[in-house]
Write a protein that binds this ligand. Structure first.
Ligand code: UD1
Ligand code: CA
Length: 425
């Protein structure tokens, strides 16, 4: 097992935000959450260190609530990436294993790539491994300078590079694996006599060569994985890339997505074969959808939704924290939240589960058993149970539980007053 260090102290000026950059979200999950999830999913990490600085409290709060194996360390002031990593030294005084270092603003990195990267580090018996990528336009990245034997000599930042170095297309992706006991002392040797006046983490490469350590680069195959977020435009682009990855995976596994361009499905949504997703759906959070379901067009699943097979969720239907058994339909204009819905149920157009009491701020459950029919425009005021086979007449306002096979009607009887119009003209 190894340790990870995630750099997340930078300001993210170009986001123009009052929130720290790494807490901006894709599918409601903060950027740093994606990085930590990929790191943890390698199965090789025993502890994460997150370097925080700008609005440290907010980042710390998110990390503490969501990632138990993690320690936040404050870097103040922020004197560069090398200085950031050196904050961990007091915590790893006697540690002798490997450390993987990543940035908190590259959410598209996958655990598969990280696994291969760590494996490469082991196989090469490397002391320092840096992840690299080849870009047609390498602008703004640090350039990888290789030795004649293909090991890495140094990394030169764009701002410090000469004209020849600037033509190098192999760049530093900003992910490193280092043998901590051998490299730890590099951090006290770093100098900030460079164009940015910072202590560069990248200078450990040159230092490693001077110490005759083994320094290698692992070249990435999919450059999108290191796409970094610096602006709102980058955030939108990363979301698009992540969504495409999710849609491609679903389609490859047997899900029909009629219009990928207008469909959003979070990576944490599982969908079984032969389900059809019609255009303009937004499926967020963690969900599990069975086989032969039909979703949309214009459906919104907000997370914690479990649909068994042959379920239909139609247009303008919003579903949250709800389980629906097979062959049940909610085809039009409906909100289902905090609900448990049985098999073979029909939810009429315009049905609402009123699950939230704004005075007590309490959410309650609606339970709808098998074979129930809910008439159009009904409001089910939770907590409430509709027992098996019961029918709710259209425009029902259901405030107490309905017994099995009963009919519940709450509307005023229809009156017809003959010639009312002519008399009142
Ligand atoms: C860095 C690399 C560059 C590489 C690029 C990849 C250095 C010197 N350069 O450049 O070779 O191509 O990443 O994206 O490392 N951070 C801190 N504390 C600090 C400074 C930065 O935590 O004092 C964090 C930032 O929040 C960010 C990460 O480190 O998450 C990278 O810092 P940034 O200034 O963006 O580095 P680059 O200039 O992009
Ligand atoms: Ca910088």
């Amino acid at each position: 097992m190894i340790k990870s260090i995630i750099l997340a102290a930078g300001k993210g000026t170009r986001m123009k935000s009052d929130m720290p950059k790494v807490l901006h979200s894709i599918f409601d999950k903060p950027l740093i959450g994606y990085v930590l999830d990929s790191v943890c999913k390698t199965g090789s990490i025993s502890e994460n260190f997150v370097i925080v600085g700008h609005q440290a409290e907010l980042v710390e709060k998110y990390i503490h609530e969501n990632y138990k194996q993690s320690t936040c360390i404050k870097q103040e002031p922020q004197l560069g990436t090398g200085h950031a990593v050196s904050m961990v030294i007091p915590y790893l005084k006697d540690y002798t294993g490997n450390v993987i270092i990543l940035c908190g603003d590259t959410p598209l990195i996958t655990s598969d790539t990280l696994k291969k990267f760590l494996q490469f580090h082991e196989e090469k018996k490397s002391d320092i491994t840096v992840m690299s990528a080849v870009f047609d336009n390498p602008q703004n990245y640090g350039r990888i300078v290789r030795n004649a034997d293909d090991t890495v000599n140094s990394i030169v930042e764009e701002k410090d590079a000469d004209e020849i170095q600037k033509t190098i297309k192999e760049i530093n992706a900003g992910i490193y694996c280092i043998n901590w006991s051998k490299v730890q002392s590099a951090f006290s040797d770093l100098k900030n006599n460079n164009a940015q006046g910072e202590y560069y983490l990248t200078d450990i490469i040159k230092w490693g060569n001077e110490q005759h350590l083994c320094v290698n680069a692992y070249t990435l195959t999919d450059n999108n994985e290191i796409y970094g977020i610096n602006s709102r435009a980058n955030l939108a682009e990363a979301a698009k890339l992540l969504n495409k990855r999710s849609l491609d995976k679903l389609m490859a596994s047997g899900v029909t997505i009629v219009d990928p361009a207008s469909t959003w499905i979070s990576p944490e949504t599982e969908i079984d074969t032969d389900t059809i997703i019609y255009p303009s759906c937004y499926i967020n959070g963690k969900n599990k959808i069975g086989r032969h379901c039909k979703i949309g067009p214009f459906a919104h699943l907000r997370g914690d939704v479990i649909l068994e097979d042959y379920v239909k969720i139609g247009n303008f239907v919003e579903v949250k924290k709800t389980t629906i058994k097979s062959h049940t339909n909610a085809c039009h204009l409906t909100y289902l939240g905090d609900s448990e819905i049985g098999t073979n149920v029909n939810i009429g157009a315009g049905t609402i589960t009123a699950n939230y009491n704004p005075l007590t701020k309490v959410k309650s459950k609606t339970i709808i058993k098998d074979n129930v029919k809910i008439g159009s425009n009904s409001v089910l005021v939770a907590p409430v149970t509709i027992e098996e086979g019961a029918n709710v007449g259209a425009v029902g306002v259901i405030t107490k539980s309905i017994p099995a096979w009963a009919l519940a009607i709450t509307r005023a009887p229809l009156r017809i007053i003959e010639n009312w119009v002519t008399r009142n003209k």
